[in-house]
Design a binder for this molecule. Structure first.
Ligand code: NAP
Ligand code: MN
Length: 264
């Protein structure tokens, strides 16, 4: 079996990365950064987001597992104290995988040309560079609302505990193939109206954002922010690809929610 390790880059994470690497190699596994069967991410949830994007072209052949060197994470749910148990399991046990849904974003442009396609593990947000963000929201081809405000966020179920939560979105169990639309500070008065509530769309439904006047937008895909110019439309849906996590022990999602936000 081939493995790779990504580290947050701080001293502690780098030390653990070295230890895991040595142990797995001593157990007969092969370090292969280009084509790993399993990727161990050491750091935090942000480190796993980075690992996901690095290996997003081979999701069907790569499983992920996360170790956290800071606070408990949603993707990084092993602590350094358990590393021996974890590496032993990776080296000697057959593991199950659980699949989580991803968000697909397709951006098309006024000048024609190729559309860009992204996969997000947490979410994608859309904001404008200056002035009020105005955009038409279409759901399954039907005009839904004209949004005015700071921006919009489309999150995956596993991303629902991140930015989405800060925007008042619901926490969604990752077994639900869905995406969630939340608003950032919408303008609501007698003239302008938006729904105000977060919306959860099932698989195969589409949410398309169409510019009204300004056509340049700041689009985030997880930790990545890019300025897209002359945007014609941004289409969101549940992606056909999924991320696979290697599971060596049960750790229910609701327990992670409890331990992260209530107490551990
Ligand atoms: P960051 O600024 O270090 O991350 C912000 C925080 O979000 C960190 O505490 C991170 O955990 C945590 N986080 C990431 N994914 C999560 C998840 N699925 N559930 C719960 N918490 C999660 O930047 P980053 O590490 O590169 O992460 C990028 C993410 O930051 C974005 O995808 C977005 O969700 C989030 N974000 C949140 C807000 C907000 O809440 N207002 C604003 C902008 C961005 P770690 O410390 O373990 O990395
Ligand atoms: Mn982070």
């Amino acid at each position: 079996m081939k493995f790779a390790i990504t580290s947050k880059g701080d001293t502690e994470s780098n030390i653990w990365m070295q230890q895991i690497r040595t142990y797995l190699q001593d157990s007969g596994l092969v370090y292969n950064e280009a084509q790993p069967d399993i990727v161990v991410s050491v750091g935090g949830d942000g480190t796993l987001l980075y690992a996901f994007h690095r290996y997003s072209s081979r999701l069907d052949r790569t499983a992920f597992v996360g170790v956290h060197t800071g606070h408990l994470g949603f993707y990084a749910d092993w602590v350094p104290d358990e590393i021996e148990e974890l590496v032993d399991a990776i080296a000697h046990k057959t593991y199950n995988t659980v699949e989580y849904p991803l968000l697909e974003a397709k951006i098309s442009y006024e000048h024609g040309g190729l559309e860009t396609r992204y996969l997000a593990l947490n979410e994608s947000t859309v904001k404008c560079v200056d002035g009020t963000f105005v955009i038409d929201v279409e759901i399954n081809g039907q005009h839904f609302e004209r949004f005015r405000g700071d921006g919009l966020c489309l999150a995956t179920p596993s991303g629902s505990t991140a930015y989405n939560k800060a925007l008042g979105g619901a926490i969604v169990h990752p077994s639900l193939q869905s995406i969630q639309l939340t608003e950032m500070a919408s303008i609501n008065n007698k003239v302008f109206r938006t729904i105000g509530s977060p919306l959860i769309l099932p698989a195969h439904h589409t949410c398309v954002l169409k510019p009204v006047r300004q056509k340049d937008f700041l689009v985030t895909i997880d930790h990545l922010t890019l300025l897209h110019k002359e945007v014609r439309a941004i289409q969101y849906r549940v992606a056909k690809e999924k991320i696979r996590f290697a599971r060596f022990r049960p750790l229910p999602f609701w327990k992670r929610v409890h331990d992260s936000f209530i107490s551990d």
